[in-house]
Every structure is written in C-alpha cells, then in structure tokens.
Design a protein around this ligand. Structure first.
Ligand SMILES: C[S@@+](CC[C@H](N)C(=O)[O-])C[C@H]1O[C@@H](n2cnc3c(N)ncnc32)[C@H](O)[C@@H]1O
Length: 184
C-alpha cells in the first residue's frame, strides 16, 4: 500500500509538472493581433529572394512573419538550409507546421509561435521579410544590434528607409531588396 501511495504521489507530481509546463508555454504564446495581415510571397519571388541571398545548406534562414512558412520550407527543400518560421498568428503557425510536414523538412525547419520583435535574431545567417515599410524601419535597429556581421537581409516589396540596399531586383513587377549587416 505504501508503495502504491508513493507511485501515486510521483505520478501526480509528474502530471502536475507537465500541466505547469503547458500553462507556462500558453502564457508565453503571444496574444496580440498581427502587425500586418498574411499575404503570401509568390513562388517566383521566393526563389529570387533565396537566390539573391545566396542561400546554401550552411545557412539558417529566419522568416520574420512567416505566414504558411513557404520561404524557409523552400530554402530547406531546394538548398538543404536550416530555417525558423516565426509568426504571431496561431492560424499561420498551423499552416506552417502543415507545410513543413507535407514537404518532409521537419528535420531542418522549426516553427515558432512568437512576436518577431521579441525574438533573438543572432542565430540567423539569412533573414527574410515581407512586412510593411514602417515595420522594416522599426526592425532595423534590432537587426543591427542582434544579427552577426555578414548576415544577409532580404525584403519583399519594402525597403528599409535610409539604409540603402546593395541590390534591388524586379521580379514579375515585385521589388526585392538585399542588404548585408556591416562589421561593427
Ligand atoms: C505579408 S505576410 C508574409 C508571409 C511570408 N513571410 C511570405 O512572404 O509569404 C506577414 C506575416 O507576418 C505575420 N506577423 C505580423 N505581425 C507579426 C509579429 N509582430 N510577429 C510575428 N509575426 C507577425 C502575419 O501573421 C503574417 O503571416
């Protein structure tokens, strides 16, 4: 009987711990509205963004506001790159996870439900964006502070205000901008 009670106590402790962990994870999930709605980047533009950044299997591609995850998924499928998809909208997170599974890139691509402005960006070698002009400008100091020198930044449609791009492409009438984080 004593053994059974001990086993029960251990089980309750483990279940309690799991419950607490789950509650913490839920508390950490962002609950505010997205800063910009989901509009997917067309596949031809995704390809051009990855090409202009020179993505290879040695890269880790962060898509800040990933939508259905198409940019890191394509980077993984086509180049063998690692990737992290960040989005604040739970619906997008579900779609990105489905996309990762459908394309068998779960060993390379992670999906994170988070506010992009609260993430540590130091692990990226390539960052992809399709946000808004004001959000790019708001993000710029964070990119400069956290990204390693040499990290490549690619933005679909929007530039970065006073930070002049190294390259500017036109893909089927859509703009793509490219920068490299300078030495400090
Ligand atoms: C225009 S879509 C771009 C989707 C994808 N990057 C692409 O190019 O196909 C912008 C995405 O940013 C997400 N988003 C908006 N504000 C965000 C925030 N603060 N943190 C993380 N994601 C955000 C939206 O939910 C949406 O999926």
């Amino acid at each position: 009987m004593r053994n059974r009670n001990f086993a029960l106590a251990v089980t309750l402790a483990v279940v309690g711990l799991a419950g607490a962990t789950e509650a913490l994870a839920q508390a950490a999930a962002p609950s505010r509205r997205p800063d910009v709605i989901f509009m997917p980047t067309p596949e031809a533009v995704v390809e051009a963004m990855l090409q202009v950044a020179g993505v290879t299997k040695n890269d880790t591609v962060y898509d800040l506001g990933c939508g259905d995850g198409r940019i890191p998924v394509t980077a993984a499928k086509k180049y063998g790159a690692k990737g992290v998809c960040f989005d604040i909208d739970p619906e997008r997170i579900k779609e990105a996870n489905e996309n990762v599974t459908k394309n068998n890139v779960g060993h390379l691509v992670k999906v994170v439900h988070a506010d992009l402005f609260e993430q540590d960006l130091s692990g990226a070698s390539v960052i992809t964006l399709y946000l808004l002009p004001s959000l790019n400008v708001k993000l710029m100091p964070k990119l400069m502070k956290e990204c390693k020198p040499g990290t490549r930044i690619v933005s679909h449609a929007f530039d970065m205000g006073s930070w002049k791009p190294e390259k500017e492409l036109d893909v089927d009438g859509r703009k793509v901008y490219f920068w490299t984080i300078p030495k400090r």
